[in-house]
Design a protein around this ligand. Structure first.
Ligand code: ADP
Ligand code: MG
Length: 680
């Protein structure tokens, strides 16, 4: 039997070359595509009596016309038509906007069905769809109408007929995919039935059952394949097998200025066991801003060094590279490691020297920007690659760093927590470690949201803090004047603040400055020679100046939640109780909501969950490199719960059925194939 994915939709009557082209525009090429071209929502035409109709909801009434229509025009195009309708003995008003053509058809005493938004207080419904003839009324009465996304070339009625045709001809060839055990466990309906009911549900319950079945199936298959291919990867790629001298590592931990948090210790253990294991480590380390990822990276690099390998740490900006190099130097230099920096702005001679050290194996740890992955860089024996703020790097960049050694272990660190659902779906092929505990004695950050009218007061506050020996950041979105957007201008702000706060020293940092200028100003700020730093978002990631306790973000509503959280994380780093002030007059509701979320919590995971809810998964990850799986029906924000269950089920099956051969796996990859026969 030919698979439905291989039967072209043109076998159905009425689908000639032209219509086939139009269907292809919707992604419908095969019978399988057609049968799984699901509606994106359903309109409910269940008839309700007005007494039960919920306020401000879309409802459907059926009643008798009990008056004559009245109509008003507003200008040439806009009209308002209304009429009295008696529904279940209750007189209500129906109003239609810009549907003047209905007027002639509203005949006293006749029965009509109307769908629209119901105003319970005014006893008035705003007609959206109106069914005048008995035939139309019968067709919709108590029905759920599936709504499809189509182009102008395709009529929905025709598409529905074609889908029905498809089921008639090929419905009996739809094979079960899920193992029977799982179907029974979750009381799922058969695959064929579920697919059919999604297009032709008799009621909401049908639709719900069908959706549950298909969503579970999609997510299970996805997770199954993901976990299986990870297992294969581990079997096939030979990573570095090594032994880490635990005593030496323990000694380094003991010599730190602070005890590790429980979470840090756990993550270090997870990394070490990955380093020792024969497979290539592929681990994502999530830890909120300030949770102490740097020291974890240093410990991992040390463990890697102790087992005889070079390590690399890749960061997105030069400022960050310098800063990390300094921290690693102080953590690892004393232990005898040679830490070098490689960035794009080095002198040719300097660069040549560093490249030589890397190639000869004199450099033990290399810190740098994406200069690290350029072809000229040859490592002697790269054993561990770490990326910080990994979301800043594209998939390709990460891959090329991985390819620099012979299957080096890879650790990706991020301070932009990804909600669990996305982490296990998008990064499902990785292991995930989470630092979910802050170092003890962390000073709290209080966040305020104020309007621009309070600017003077904020400057007063900044001035007071600086006089008390603290430092402040003032962040604004753009550096050049853009009247159109009316954004704060960093340069202008710099001049204004310098005057207002004199003699307090104010510095300016923005993306257009040269690396040397940037370094200079950062080092002045680090030494408290500059007390207030006006900056665009170049300092967003990683910058660590513990004495800074005030973060003012101008036009804060122009930033996304993740970015605001990152920016706020620059304070509260050991200098005492800190304050974050969001200065914004947001116009949109979501803008206001973002400001409120920021004042309510400092927990990065909570913020990222809210962010995901507000934006949806595609937007959240950035479509470009999201790597989001595409599901026909499943929705990662809505179906989180099912995803987690499906993942556990997939894991269990893979663990207990290790006997699946690669050939059988191939079969599993095909959506139309029977998994059941393979697994049972
Ligand atoms: P992030 O996770 O944002 O990269 P860092 O690694 O920069 O955080 O750490 C933030 C600050 O916390 C640093 O000054 C670091 O020295 C300090 N720190 C890290 N771990 C601990 C700990 N266990 N106890 C106390 N301070 C710590
Ligand atoms: Mg960091």
């Amino acid at each position: 039997m030919t698979k439905l994915t291989q039967i072209p939709v043109t076998v159905l009557p009425g689908v000639g070359p032209e219509r086939a082209t139009h269907l292809a525009e919707l992604g419908i090429k095969s019978i399988h595509d057609l049968l799984t071209y699901y509606p994106f929502r359903y309109d409910d035409y269940q008839i309700v009596p007005p007494v039960d109709a919920p306020h401000e909801q879309r409802v459907t009434f059926k009643g008798t016309i009990a008056g004559t229509p009245s109509m008003r025009w507003y200008g040439k195009k806009q009209s308002r038509l209304s009429i009295k309708l008696e529904v279940d003995g209750i007189p209500i008003t129906v109003v239609w906007f810009n549907q003047h053509f209905l007027k002639a058809k509203l005949i006293y005493g006749s029965t009509i069905m109307v769908t629209g938004k119901w105003d319970r207080e005014k006893l008035q419904i705003t007609g959206d769809r109106t069914f005048l003839s008995q035939k139309e009324q019968e067709a919709h009465h108590d029905q759920l109408e599936p709504i499809y996304s189509v182009t102008s070339k395709i009529r929905v009625a025709w598409l529905r007929k074609l889908i029905m045709e498809g089921f008639k001809e090929y419905g009996n060839q739809i094979e079960e995919v899920l193992p029977a055990t799982l179907r029974t466990k979750y009381r799922l309906i058969s695959r064929a039935k579920a697919m059919y009911l999604l297009h032709f549900p008799k009621n909401m319950q049908d639709g719900h059952q069908a959706r549950r079945t298909i969503v579970y199936e999609e997510l299970f298959l996805y997770e199954f394949r993901l976990l299986w291919s990870r297992l294969q990867d581990r079997r096939e790629t030979k990573g570095i097998t090594r032994k880490i001298p635990k005593m030496a590592l323990q000694n380094m931990i003991k010599s730190l200025a602070f005890p590790l948090t429980g979470a840090q210790q756990r993550v270090v253990d997870e990394i070490c066991s990955d380093l020792e294991a024969p497979y290539q480590m592929n681990r994502l380390l999530q830890g909120d801003v300030g949770s102490g990822k740097t020291v974890v990276a240093a410990l991992a690099l040390y463990a890697n060094y102790l087992s005889g390998y070079q390590g690399a740490l890749m960061v997105p900006t030069e400022i960050l590279a310098d800063q990390h190099a300094t921290s690693l130097q102080s953590l690892l230099g004393a232990l005898g490691l040679q830490v070098v920096t490689l960035t794009g702005n080095m002198t040719a001679a300097n660069r040549r020297e560093v490249l030589g050290q890397i190639q000869m194996g004199l450099a033990d740890v290399v810190v740098g920007t994406h200069a690290l992955i350029q072809e000229k860089v040859i490592y002697r024996n790269l054993g561990l690659v770490i990326t910080d703020e990994q979301h800043r790097f594209g998939v390709k960049q990460r891959a090329s760093l991985r390819e620099k050694g012979e299957a080096p272990d890879v650790l990706m660190m991020t301070a932009t927590p990804i909600p669990r659902t996305l982490a296990i779906s998008v990064y499902g092929e990785m292991d995930v470690s989470i630092i979910d505990e802050m170092p003890a004695g962390r000073e709290p950050i209080t966040t305020y949201w104020v309007k621009k009218e309070s600017w003077e007061r904020i400057l007063g506050f900044v001035s007071k803090e600086c006089q008390a020996g603290r430092q402040a950041y003032i962040i604004c979105p753009l550096i050049e004047e853009s009247e159109k957007l009316d954004l704060a201008n960093a340069v202008e702000l710099f001049e204004q603040v310098t005057m207002a706060l004199s003699p307090i020293r104010v510095g300016l940092l923005h993306g257009r400055m040269s690396s040397i200028e940037k370094e200079e100003i950062m080092s002045l700020y680090e030494q408290n020679e500059v007390q207030v730093l006006i900056s665009t978002t170049v300092i967003e990631v990683g910058v660590n100046v513990p004495n800074a306790t005030v973060m003012v973000i101008y036009d804060a509503d122009r930033f996304g939640l993740a970015q605001l959280h990152q920016l706020r994380g620059r304070v509260g780093r050991g200098g005492g109780a800190s304050t974050c002030v969001l200065v914004a007059n947001p116009k949109s509701e979501t803008g206001k909501e973002r400001m409120e979320i920021m004042t309510e919590t400092t927990d990065g995971f909570v913020i990222s969950e809210r962010d995901l809810q507000m934006r949806g998964p595609g937007d959240f990850l950035g479509v470009k490199q999201s790597g989001l799986p595409e599901f026909r029906l499943a929705d990662l924000t809505r179906d989180q719960h099912i995803l987690e269950i499906a993942r556990e089920d997939a894991k269990e099956i893979i663990q207990t059925k290790e006997t699946i051969t690669p050939l059988e796996y191939e079969a599993l990859l095909s959506p139309m194939h029977r998994v059941e026969s393979i697994l049972d």
